[in-house]
Design a protein around this ligand. Structure first.
Ligand code: CO8
Length: 261
């Protein structure tokens, strides 16, 4: 973990069950340059492979979660270059992680910063967080899910308002529209996220990843397809040791001991 320049990675929680990834490029308010994104992808892959890790927490600083893609890197880019280099096509590592990811957002989550928060499974916000898609101010549009995930989270009117005007919303509004599920004092935010990660870590890792898959299918499919997918995944749990253990422990009035990864 020590070789990273733009992120800090630590194991937190009981037995290091939560991998905390802190974006750490303070001079640029955690603008998401390519090198930072490579490191983020690398640390996520390492956490996926580490059996002691049950969940990730992704955070920034108190001032800024991430102020967007790096505008200085993009300034001279061309259409041809974007296509040729598949610009930022590696951003979705986060959206494809099998273990749960909790975003703990203090300060600015703008542009790509808001988009990576929305790629996480759960978002907690500090009281001073600001979420926005200001790309329109730069003569461009969101390119990593901002026009797609935001509308699912907050509905069409507010998503349009944010994307077309570039104006951000505060934590309270984000909570009232369901973009985030909890608002906490800034200095308590990361601990609350880690505590949730620890709670998730008490469950079966295998069943947690199946459950995450099922919830995501609702996000991605229509209702009938989603219900079918859920049913198949529900049946799948009956092929696992941990499902048998969970129900047996309930019947025997004891705590379950989950073992499957
Ligand atoms: N990129 C590069 N540098 C940045 C960025 C950024 N996004 N944001 C801030 N910085 C830098 C500033 O240039 C400044 O550096 P320097 O000291 O060298 O001048 C430093 O961070 C501090 O910033 P400010 O002085 O501006 O700090 P303020 O407190 O005055 O303002 C703001 C804070 C409001 C956050 C302001 O910095 C700002 O508006 N930043 C830009 C926000 C933005 O427009 N983000 C969207 C970027 S575009 C994007 O994310 C597109 C994603 C598309 C993904 C496509 C995937 C395929």
């Amino acid at each position: 973990f020590s070789s990273y320049e733009y992120i800090k990675v630590e194991k937190k929680g009981k037995n290091g069950c939560v991998q905390l990834i802190q974006l750490n490029r303070p001079k640029a308010l955690n603008a998401l340059c390519n090198a930072l994104l490579m490191e983020l992808g690398d640390s996520l892959r390492a956490g996926e492979a580490d059996e002691s890790v049950a969940a990730f927490v992704l955070t920034g600083s108190e001032r800024s979660f991430a102020a967007g893609a790096d505008i200085k890197e993009m300034q001279d880019m061309t259409l041809q270059g974007c296509i040729k280099n598949q610009f930022l096509s590696n951003w979705d590592v986060l959206a494809k992680v099998r273990k749960p990811v909790i975003a703990a957002v203090n300060g600015y989550a703008l542009g790509g910063g808001c988009e990576i928060a929305m790629m996480c499974d759960i978002i907690f916000a500090g009281e001073k967080a600001k979420f926005g898609q200001p790309e329109i101010n730069l003569g461009t549009i969101p390119g990593a899910g901002g026009t797609q995930r935001l509308i699912r989270a907050v509905g069409k009117s507010l998503a349009m308002e944010m994307c077309l005007s570039g104006l951000p919303i505060d934590a309270k509004k984000a909570l009232s529209f369901g973009l985030v599920s909890r608002v906490c004092p800034p200095d308590k935010l990361v601990d609350e996220a880690i505590q949730l990660g620890e709670k998730i870590a008490q469950q079966s890792k295998l069943i947690v990843s199946i459950c995450k898959d099922a919830v995501n299918s609702s996000y991605e499919l229509g209702l009938q397809e989603g219900l079918k997918c859920e049913k198949r995944l529900f049946y799948t749990t009956f092929g696992t040791e941990d499902r048998r253990e969970g129900m047996t422990a309930f019947v025997e009035k004891r705590a379950p001991k989950f073992v499957e990864n």
